[in-house]
Write a protein that binds this ligand. Structure first.
Ligand code: NAD
Length: 436
């Protein structure tokens, strides 16, 4: 981390052409309509209940002071505390953070977790910071959002460019401010500080479970199936590991620096070893040919996994896709135009709010273990994760059959229905809100 090579996307490589908050609002509105609910429901869920903007001054190594901007969005807390990651990236903006917090609410609802959605972000390119500067930024961000977070209020976690090390600094800052240890205040911590076994692998493991189930639906034999993955950070690399274990041949991987391709399948254990100390990018792996992101999208594979950032499957990339399954390991990787094209092509989409729900699920297990102060074995965690992912997958498939709709719409509807149940139980809504 710091100035060493790190999985850090370059801002100019990213194509954030669309506003994710507008995209999520559009999908919420449509799903509320398809469920036959009154538009009042849409108005209740379209806005986060609380958003927070903070300034984060940091004394840089050269003696100057830089003042960074950070956000935290809390969508809805009717099911429990809000929960969601913290992103460090130059393209972070308030609308992105708001959208990500809404997706977190839907995700938690789909796999039936007692959480609402939250999300945080800081506008920063961490690759430009030294380790000390990054630590100061992490500590000062937590200091600034301390009034609105806590194990019963809002529970942060890692996201793009944040990891257990960053979580370690953050929890230390929070504990020092409060004067005692509060392990449940964030998840994705180092295991020695109360982190859960299996958390680091959880999102990728969950992605692989959903792909396995999708293959059953489509009658695709996993052994020998082919896949390409965009992004080789936490989620992309772990997805590769578990797909490889299932017998899938990963033929291409890209990251912010480039991409690699091997027709016969990349040696995934060797590639994981190659990037282990985070000093090298997967795209620098020598035992393969080079490939661009654009070419990777159009490969004749069975499974395509965007596991990087938003807005990657677009009107430009979607027409080239030949995969039968698009597994959205990243949040918001598909634009509405891209989605339309996927539908026309009959590609089976595992939507983000289902596909990557494994991360928040094991974060939930981490929080439960912190609250009990008793820790489970990894096998138990993985088993519970599989149960939750299957529960979510089956509910979405059922909704898809009932409404004869796309997987994405079905996932939104499952999430919204669950939130509506809670709003009902709290007396927020009445009989007339149940019909349009
Ligand atoms: P990460 O920072 O560990 O990895 C991101 C990867 O994407 C890196 O390999 C980076 O080089 C690559 N990348 C960035 N821009 C790219 C581009 N334009 N083309 C190709 N590659 C690019 O982040 P992560 O934690 O793996 O998160 C990835 C995605 O998964 C994000 O959308 C995140 O919100 C989502 N997600 C993460 C978790 C989690 O537990 N970490 C949980 C749910 C969802």
């Amino acid at each position: 981390m710091g100035k060493e090579k790190y999985n850090q996307p370059e801002s100019d490589i990213m194509t954030h052409g669309q506003n994710p908050y507008e995209i999520v609002k559009g999908l919420l509105k449509e799903s509320v309509g398809t469920l036959g609910l009154n538009e009042n429901i849409y108005h209740l869920i379209k806005k986060p209940m609380r958003v927070f903007e903070v300034s984060i001054p940091v004394r840089m190594d050269d003696g100057t002071i830089k003042n960074f901007t950070g956000f935290r969005s809390q969508h809805i807390d009717i099911l429990g505390p809000t929960k969601g990651g913290i992103r460090f990236h130059p393209d972070v903006n308030l609308d992105e953070v708001k959208a990500l917090s809404i997706w977190m609410s839907l995700k938690a609802a789909i796999v039936d977790l007692p959480f609402g959605g939250g999300k945080g972000g800081v506008i920063v390119d961490p690759e430009q910071l030294s380790e000390r500067e990054l630590e100061m930024l992490s500590r000062n961000y937590i200091k600034k959002i301390t009034p609105i977070i806590g194990p019963q209020k809002d529970i942060p976690a890692p996201d793009v460019n944040t990891n257990p090390k960053v979580m370690g600094w953050m929890i230390d800052e929070f504990d020092q401010l409060r004067g005692y240890n509060i392990p449940g205040m964030l998840t994705g911590k180092p295991v020695v500080l109360g982190g859960s076994l299996g958390r680091l692998e959880a999102t990728g493991r969950g992605v692989a479970f959903t792909i396995r189930e999708a293959c059953k639906v489509l009658d695709i034999e996993l052994e020998g199936a082919t896949a390409a993955i965009q992004g080789f950070g936490n989620v992309g690399s772990m997805t590769a590991k578990f797909l490889h274990e299932l017998g899938v041949k990963i033929v291409a991987v890209t990251d912010a620096e480039g991409g690699i391709y091997k027709e016969g399948g990349l040696d995934i254990p060797d590639l994981l070893e190659f990037v282990k100390d985070k000093k090298r990018y997967a795209s620098e792996y020598p035992e393969a040919e080079e490939i661009t992101n654009e070419k990777m999208f159009g490969l004749p594979v069975d499974i395509l996994v965007p596991a990087a950032v938003e807005n990657q499957v677009t009107k430009d990339t979607a027409p080239t896709i030949q995969a039968k399954i698009l597994a959205e390991a990243a949040n918001g990787p598909t634009t509405p135009e891209g989605d339309q094209i996927l539908e026309e092509k009959g590609i089976f989409v595992i939507p983000d709010i289902l596909c990557n729900a494994g991360g928040v699920t094991v974060s939930y297990f981490e929080w439960v273990q912190n609250n009990m102060n008793y820790y489970w074995k990894e096998a138990e965690i993985n088993e519970k994760l599989e149960e939750k992912m299957l529960y979510g997958f089956e509910n979405v498939i059922q909704m898809r059959e009932e409404k004869q709709c796309r997987m994405r719409d079905a996932a939104y509807m499952v999430g919204i229905k669950h939130l509506v149940k809670a709003m009902d139980a709290r007396g927020w809504i009445s009989e007339k809100d149940h019909s349009s």
